[in-house]
Write a protein that binds this ligand. Sequence first.
Ligand SMILES: CCCCCCCCCCCCC/C=C/C(=O)SCCNC(=O)CCNC(=O)[C@H](O)C(C)(C)COP(=O)(O)OP(=O)(O)OC[C@H]1O[C@@H](n2cnc3c(N)ncnc32)[C@H](O)[C@@H]1OP(=O)(O)O
Length: 265
Amino acid sequence: MPDPGRPDVGNTAVRWDRVADGVLRVTLERPPANALGKPIIEGLAAALDELDAAGNVITVVTSAIPGFFAAGADIKHMSGVDAESFLAYGNELRGVLDRLAAPNRVTIAAIDGLALGGGLELAMACTLRIAGAGARLGLPEARLGLIPGAGGTQRLPRLVGRGRALDIMLTARQVPAPEAHAIGLVDRLVADGQAEQEALKLAAELRRLSQPALHAVIRTVDAAFDLPLSAGFAYEVAQEQELFESGEAKEGLAAFLEKRPPKFV
Ligand SMILES: CCCCCCCCCCCCC/C=C/C(=O)SCCNC(=O)CCNC(=O)[C@H](O)C(C)(C)COP(=O)(O)OP(=O)(O)OC[C@H]1O[C@@H](n2cnc3c(N)ncnc32)[C@H](O)[C@@H]1OP(=O)(O)O
């Protein structure tokens, strides 16, 4: 289990701490807007190294900057680099978000304030999104002559459908959290400022379930977007068989019959 603390890169933009057994909070804190520059990218990479070493933890990604989850890729950085450095930066950012999105982990983005551009792409790389009622989400890259280049054009349509995704990206508008919840971009809507608390509560609930089963659910649901239906059914059967032959299912089934809480890994 990772020790509370910070990456050993002298980084102050990202910290992590264990808030319960098997629940880790990763906090972004890079004033003024949690712009996703190198300090956050390197800090997230270090946090992910810890998470990978820890195994079965549920991760809550949150912000300590009032009014912001994250305002996107670092415009100050991008405006000062050449094309090669821009692509390298984007590759680094996409790389860390793709690691965050790995199906063998459950991550919950706790969104209070603004989640824009790469900030929303970070939240969409998480398994689930919880937003406070005052949060606003958007992919305003078109205002900058860019597109959401860290996975947004691929993850948003999968969450809300083609039409709504185009509406959000073509208008570059900020979507209020209630609307984001209504269209499926946000999974749970809570009172303003309560996203982290609700995310930690949900994380503790999920940690009591079988983590291999949760990971299999994520893999199988994600496969549905890439496979023809018949192949998707076959993949589902294969995942179920793998779990049934594991100790987890044996423990879960036995615990039910013995009327006791299961002892999962
Ligand atoms: C081999 C191939 C590999 C793949 C390569 C892929 C290609 C490369 C991809 C790279 C990029 C990935 C894709 C993602 C792109 C983006 O995210 S672009 C940025 C998107 N975000 C935005 O456009 C939001 C910009 N910010 C704003 O609109 C406003 O700041 C606000 C958030 C609406 C707040 O407005 P307001 O309350 O008026 O405050 P401000 O004064 O504007 O801001 C406060 C301070 O915060 C700074 N800031 C805000 N956003 C950013 C940001 N994104 N980057 C850096 N800094 C930001 C702002 O400058 C202010 O700072 P100070 O002036 O110092 O106070």
